[in-house]
Design a protein around this ligand. Structure first.
Ligand code: ATP
Length: 922
């Protein structure tokens, strides 16, 4: 009797105690056909989707409370308390305190909305990268989303895959799984489907089962899914769920530090003003009020929110360009990349292989046909041949069929490949030769295999021979496969291979590779008896050489332009491939990554180089061929020692260390293994090199925009502080109350700053060298700009203050109050910042040279903020609340006149800088 899964009334079967057949019976499944689609729907309805319920992240309340742990807001709240005490003591309504509290709350709500949106966006990104799983359903092999797995499904595992559900092994070849996510054990475990274990076997000892979240390090397997979703072992300890990480970016960390510095600075300022004032016998309460205004003015309250929003918007723009950010710091640091190390196959090329040539001992043939349709001719010179009459070719096609894990299928009239395109191309080739792969694979079933790995660069299988006995077929890198051969097939004869025949094979290989073809060598061996423990690498010897296959993998058309863009942007593209050096060189030259005559370093040469020799080489060499994943790690480390900021792509399970070491680790979304994705900072959804360049451009835009609005906001703060500080020295009272300063910092500065965050790329963004990622945010003149602009803003405002104070105190009547000069100061500061926002959109181009429609938000925010500012003056309740006074239209015009000087100044600065540059060029 089968046991109902997940039925609380019945004991759950201990899958590790059951044999393969018992497990299949239990779930009414079939090892070859799986379950039907109808049954999948039923079980999906019954057991639910294969999803882990998200680790209880921060609760909404926690997110809200976290908003108030920001040191700047804590200081504001302290200001509110002090100001309330002062007002109550003076029997005044504590308006400032209430307003500050409202603003702090509003800021908290805004921050809450932004953060929960950002968390939602990251969760959506995580869903985008959820793994696909190969399963057999109703006899058909298909790929489904990991979420759609149900108990009873039969799924396939291969190296690099992260296991998507718990399961009982049905078949396995050399399967090794790293279960550290579950057991904490770093060593990988060998698995075996033929075991049945005792009930009390611990999780780490259940070698006939696999568990969700663990990683296939080597080998392949067929697995019966037994548990999904929260029923899995991982689900039971759901805290181990991997997250899209949301570490603070270096810039966010520096912003926090800056916040601390500013808050401490403002506290010192408060102490100084009060201390010196008291020494001069000033009124304590007045002094405290002045210093509180200054404290509020120093702190850029709006800044943290704008930084977060900008980074979040950056990830969204990147995803539109097919780059999925997994770690937020990557958004900002991408702009600093100096070297992009890229795989060749699939990233620089299309990974759509078509076999064009084959070479055997006696024949050199061209193959016609396009795409994956198995129709085409085998041409010797220009005449078509019948492959049945050519035993060498026939044997080659057999090798292509057996040494193959791909599936060639027709879907909606179109031929598609499931699996490795290299192997798919070999099935297409055998189809063109009239061989039915499925039929042959059925007639001569596979018994064992040594799987392909990027280190070994070959794969072997053992199949049952037609005439009894067994045949081992091997395919892989021609040089390495040839080394395992002692014989060669000539016609239907097998002869010992002579030195000149070896030489001839290597020359054929070089000729094909020099044409940019990816070349695979094929060999085989008859074995009388089935080896007891399957086959191992040691059995890949005494092979008979059959021939070579050369396949074309066209470069991606957009890559050439992307490489050019990289060069203009001071970024060096480097190709690191497992392929032959001549193939690599031909493609690299075609794409502009290398020039004719450039040096290519092979994996073998690299092994002989010590760190010092490699450090010297990496600066010039742009093509590395026949490398293994561990070489990638050495290359990245060496480049980093040369102070390069490295982005590195990878797809295989063993690429993970190099991806982690790189400054930006990039995994392939389509062909990448789950392990490589897990180790990466960014995933290319389309596997395309051009996407890396696009993401780099976005990274630069984000960084420039962040610097732009920091300049904008802090420049304004400096202006405010100087104005407030100078007022008492020229015999005036403090012109701005804390509420007005908050209004400026959060609204009239905050809104345009947000708009500046979406400023599109400047035309030269990819025409200048990258900036040093370790530089201070204030580097390259930003600090001096802020101080300069702050002083200009203060000078303009103070001039207006001096004039307006004497004018308004001597010209007043029933409508216009004498102290309205403070409102003129307030308005001038706000409007000057509007001019600043319009001018700061570009560091080099004048406002009239910029198309306003490329960032309508800046204009929108300027208009909106100006209207709001006018409402504060001309709507009575608002006027009362914000402590402003009515000013006449003429006085408003004076404010506009003074504030526009700010705009004029910044535009003039640009002209002067241009003039300098022009003079320097002459
Ligand atoms: P890149 O690292 O740029 O993606 P690559 O795909 O050529 O390049 P690998 O996948 O490591 O790198 O392949 C290295 C070599 O191994 C290839 O040049 C080829 O000769 C051989 N090879 C590739 N795929 C297979 C396979 N499925 N079976 C046997 N040999 C293979």
């Amino acid at each position: 009797m089968s046991i109902e899964l997940n039925d609380p009334a019945l004991p759950t079967p201990r899958w590790h105690t059951l044999s393969v057949d018992e497990a299949l019976d239990n779930l009414h499944s079939d090892a070859d056909r799986g379950i039907s689609n109808q049954e999948v729907s039923n079980r999906l309805a019954k057991y639910g989707a294969n999803e882990l319920i998200e680790k209880a992240g921060r609760s909404p309340l926690q997110i809200f409370i976290d908003q108030f742990t920001n040191i700047m807001l804590i200081m504001l709240m302290a200001v509110a308390v002090v100001s309330a005490i002062l007002d109550i003591r003076d029997r005044e309504f504590p308006k400032d305190a209430i307003a500050i509290t409202v603003i702090v709350l509003l800021n908290g709500i805004l921050g809450y909305a932004q953060e929960s949106n950002a968390e939602k966006a990251l969760a959506a990104l995580k869903r985008l990268s959820s793994p696909r799983v190969k399963v057999v359903r109703g006899g058909n092999i298909i790929e489904v989303n990991g979420k759609e797995l149900v108990p009873g499904d039969v799924m396939f595992l291969e190296a690099g895959v992260q296991v998507a559900a718990d399961g009982r092994l049905l078949e396995a070849q050399n399967l090794q799984i790293r279960e550290s996510a579950l057991t904490g054990e770093a060593e990988s475990v060998n698995k075996n489907p033929n075991l049945t274990l005792e009930l009390d076997a611990s999780l780490g000892d259940r070698h006939n089962c696999v568990y969700q979240g663990t990683e296939v390090i080597q080998g392949r397997a067929k697995v019966l899914v037994t548990k999904t979703g929260m029923q899995t072992e991982l689900g039971k300890i759901a805290t181990l769920i991997q997250d899209v990480e949301t570490d603070d970016t270096p810039l966010q960390q520096r912003m926090t530090q800056l916040g601390n510095v500013l808050v401490s600075g403002s506290l010192i300022l408060v102490a100084l003003v009060v201390g010196i004032g008291m020494l001069n016998k000033g009124n304590f309460a007045d002094l405290l009020k002045t210093s509180l205004s200054m404290a509020v003015a120093v702190v850029p309250e709006g800044l943290p929110a704008v930084v977060t929003v900008t980074l979040a918007l950056g990830t969204q723009r990147m995803v539109k360009r097919h780059a999925l950010i997994r770690r937020l710091p990557a958004v900002e640091t991408l702009g600093s990349v100096t070297t992009i190390c890229s795989d060749k196959t699939g990233t620089l090329t299309q990974n759509k292989m078509v076999v064009q040539n084959i070479r055997t001992a006696q024949h050199s043939l061209k193959i016609t046909g396009e795409g994956y349709a198995p129709t085409g001719k085998f041409l010797s010179d220009t005449s078509a041949i019948e492959v049945q009459n050519f035993p060498e070719v026939q044997q080659l096609l057999m090798s292509c069929i057996f040494c193959n894990d791909a599936i060639l299928q027709q879907k909606d009239g179109e031929w598609i490949i499931i699996g490795d395109p290299t192997e798919g191309a070999l099935l297409v080739l055998s189809g063109k030769g009239g061989c039915d792969a499925a039929e042959w694979q059925h007639r001569m079933p596979r018994y064992a295999e040594v799987p392909f790995s990027s280190e070994r660069k070959r794969m072997s299988v053992l199949v049952q021979g037609e005439m009894g006995g067994y045949v081992m077929f091997c395919k892989g890198s021609p040089e390495l496969t040839l080394e395992c051969c002692t014989h060669i097939q000539i016609g239907d004869q097998v002869r010992a291979i002579a030195a000149d025949q070896r030489q001839q094979v290597l020359e054929q290989n070089n000729q094909l590779a020099a044409d940019g073809l990816r070349v695979l060598g094929f060999a085989y061996r008859n074995i009388a008896n089935l080896p007891e423990n399957g086959i191992t690498e040691a059995d890949e010897s005494n092979l008979t050489w059959v021939g070579l296959v050369g396949m074309f993998d066209a470069p991606r058309p957009e890559v050439r332009e992307a490489v050019k863009q990289c060069r203009q942007a001071g970024i060096r593209p480097v190709m690191i491939t497992g392929d032959h050096q001549l193939t690599a060189k031909a493609i690299a030259e075609n794409l502009g990554i290398a020039q004719a005559g450039d040096r290519v370093i092979t994996g073998k040469e690299l092994e002989l180089m010590d760190a010092q020799a490699l450090d010297q080489a990496v600066i010039d060499v742009s093509v590395y061929a026949r490398v293994s994943p561990e070489h990638k790690l050495r290359i990245v480390q060496s480049l980093q020692r040369q102070h390069q900021f490295v982005a590195m792509t990878g797809d295989g399970v063993n690429d993970a260390p190099a991806l982690k070491q790189a400054d930006i680790g990039i995994a392939m979304g389509i062909t990448g293994t789950d392990v490589s994705k897990e180790a990466s900072d960014m995933i290319l959804l389309d596997d395309n090199f051009a996407t890396i360049v696009a993401a780099t451009e976005e990274g630069r835009v984000v960084y420039t925009n962040i610097r732009r609005f920091i300049k904008y906001i802090l420049g304004s703060n400096i202006g405010e502080v100087i104005t407030i500080a100078v007022a008492p020295f020229i015999g005036l009272t403090v012109p701005l109350i804390p509420l007005q300063i908050l209004w400026m910092n959060l609204v009239t500065d905050g809104l345009p700053a947000l708009a500046l965050a979406v400023e599109p790329a400047e035309p030269n963004v990819m025409k200048r060298p990258p900036f040093d990622p370790r530089e201070s945010i204030f580097a390259r003149g930003m600090g001096s700009y802020m101080i300069r602009v702050g002083i200009i803003l203060a000078v303009i405002t103070i001039c207006l203050m001096v004039w307006s104070e004497s004018y308004t105190t001597s010209n007043f009547d029933g409508i216009y109050k004498p102290e309205r000069w403070t409102t003129m100061v307030f308005t001038t500061l706000c409007l000057a910042q509007m001019g600043h926002a319009i001018a700061i959109r570009s560091n080099t181009q004048l406002m009239i040279e910029l198309n306003p429609m490329t960032n309508p938000y800046v204009w929108g925010s300027v208009i909106m903020t100006t209207v709001l500012q006018l409402l504060l003056i001309y709507v009575e309740p608002l006027r009362n609340f914000f402590g402003t006074h009515l000013i006449s239209p003429t006085e408003l015009a004076v404010c506009v006149g003074f504030s526009s000087l700010m705009f004029v100044w910044i535009e003039l600065e640009k002209l002067v800088i241009r003039w300098w540059a022009w003079k320097g060029q002459r």
